[in-house]
Design a protein around this ligand. Structure first.
Ligand code: FES
Length: 348
């Protein structure tokens, strides 16, 4: 028989073959569970359900304790410890509720097989009435009214679990939801420009016309918690990353206020696309165009990194640069405005 049609008796399938008849095998014989006949087994099942909901409660409490007691360590190891601890707490909190509910249904609720014929998708009012009745019967069947300890366990688990999600969020109420940290980078006056990823300092005299550099900030006195190798450094570097190019100064178009933001044809702009934040890194030397590989926004490095094509809505922020007494390229300040997508404009 093909799988094109299920038939009973002797009928013809879509493919024209004569289908074989079969007998409805019916429902397999019901095998009673141990707990159906043995009150001790039923009690044991109840204890397991209580234990699983208690596990959820422990998971929730563990999550909260970890949230409040773990040190605010921003090293990679510290952040991993926080993630693993909070993750395990949440996992146990959810797993306990899920397994408890399944075990309860499988071992303590009625074990009758139910056959339901196929019918139209929309239910009639009578069927809905029956469904409601089934829910009521189910609630009655769960025995929640008579099993006080079990009721307490499930209510505790369900009532406490939302705290594991809500408390960290409540901790942010009143803050700017950490958006403030996106307004500034670690660039400031005197921070030297270094190549990414080697960290080699860049002397202005070594930058030839037509060259392009991927640049990161370097400073002796950079704060301990944002030094290379820390978890925060990855955050900070991804905000502070710069693309620096040198061109013939005569090709540069600079507004009056930005006249001293470049050095001898060397200009530095944020590498974070102002569309949705991809790294813009494809520099076209002849046209001085910088292309974002994500959605093809194109910026003119010779003219204030203005958008000449694509969905980005504003130029790349510029990093004002100069040289220090030793001839190294240094920043004059942070970028002239926040880097990346223009979330901050909408919050004004
Ligand atoms: S992220 Fe650069 S164009 Fe979309």
């Amino acid at each position: 028989m093909t799988d094109s049609q299920v038939v009973s008796g002797s009928e013809t399938s879509h493919s024209g073959e004569v289908a074989e008849s079969f007998q409805d095998p019916g429902i397999p014989a019901h095998v009673p569970r141990l707990g159906d006949s043995d009150p001790k087994a039923a009690k044991r099942s109840e204890r397991i359900v209580v234990a699983l909901f208690a596990l959820s409660v422990i998971g929730t409490i563990g999550t909260l304790v970890a949230f409040f007691t773990l040190p605010d360590d921003t090293s990679i190891a510290g952040v991993r410890t926080q993630n693993v601890t909070l993750g395990l707490g949440l996992a146990f909190a959810l797993l306990g509720i899920g397994l408890g509910a399944i075990h309860w249904a499988k071992t303590l609720m009625s074990d009758h097989e139910v056959v339901e014929d196929r019918h139209a998708t929309a239910s009639s009012p009578e069927v809905r009435e029956i469904a409601i009745q089934h829910l009521k019967d189910g609630a009655k069947d769960s025995g929640i009214e008579r099993r006080g300890v079990l009721k307490g366990a499930v209510v505790s688990a369900l009532a406490l679990f939302p705290l594991a999600l809500a408390v960290p969020l409540i901790g942010e109420v009143g803050s700017d939801w950490n958006i403030g940290k996106f307004r500034h980078t670690i660039w400031r006056r005197g921070v030297r420009l270094a190549t990414d990823p080697t960290g080699r300092l860049i002397k202005a005299a070594d930058v030839t016309i037509g060259s392009a550099y991927h640049v990161i900030p370097y400073a002796e006195d950079i704060a301990e918690e944002v030094r290379p190798g820390t978890h925060s450094w990855i955050d900070e570097k991804s905000k502070a990353i710069v693309l620096m190019v040198r061109m013939d100064p005569r090709e540069l178009t600079e507004s009056e206020e930005r006249k001293d933001w470049s050095h001898n044809g060397i200009v530095a702009y944020s590498k974070v696309c102002t569309h949705v934040g991809c790294p813009v890194a494809l520099y076209e030397r002849q046209t001085h165009h910088l292309l974002c590989p994500c959605h093809q926004s194109t910026f003119d490095m010779a003219d204030g990194a203005k958008v000449v094509f694509g969905p980005a809505k504003r130029p790349l922020p510029q990093l004002p640069i100069t040289v220090d007494d030793d001839g190294y390229l240094v920043a004059q300040s942070d970028f002239h405005e926040p880097v990346g997508p223009s979330f901050w404009e909408r919050l004004k």
